[in-house]
Design a protein around this ligand. Sequence first.
Ligand SMILES: [Zn+2]
Length: 251
Amino acid sequence: MPVEECSPAIVLRTRDYSESDRIVTLLTLYAGKLGGIAKGAKQSRRRFERKLEVFSHVMVYFKRRPHGELVFITRAEAGDLPPFDLTDDLGKIAIGSYMVELADALSREEAESAGAYRILAASLGAVARHGASRALRQAFELNLLRWAGYQLEFQRCQICARAPAENATSFVFIPSHGGIVCQHCRAGQTDTFVGLSAPSVAALAQLNSMPVEAASGAQGAGRDAEAALARFMATILDRKLRSVDFLHRFM
Ligand SMILES: [Zn+2]
């Protein structure tokens, strides 16, 4: 008999499977990203003390199946995990939806994902407490990209490694180089780029070294930075995120 395992987890996606069952995708602290089936999830308040819906923060109990991709989810409890209450504000729902979709897109099943779980938990907690902000969105993107192996660079030219001149007023971000490139090195580059203002580069450099918990009160970078990060993500993701258009209505 498979043993029961448990882990803190955040629900990324759900779909109804039958009258009473639900299939859920979870980002867990100890077991990576998991797909599971929760029998009776829509009826049993006893076994599913905390509902399995997107954004739910649960202590999930499950058993692996010998020949199945989906685990059996036996229980979901609140434990001492803080809930992420985003439902009082559409802007919170929009940024939260974007965060879970990006975390889903950058993580794989069967792979370690404790870092992604921690970043997502801290970010959804900050959204619930402080609301949506551009700085929080950008800090989340930069932290999650770093976790996924993409360390973007905004302090030095990615080609000559020099820090930009003090009086530089404009920069270019080249997605294929994963960071800014100085005006000197830019000559001769044919890869696509996005122009960035000096204040946006300074804000991105700061957000890039900041935990998401600290970002709510920080200065966000401008629309140019949003375009640069979006362009970079388009080069590594195989699809457009559905939540982006919804998010654009709020920020
Ligand atoms: Zn350079």
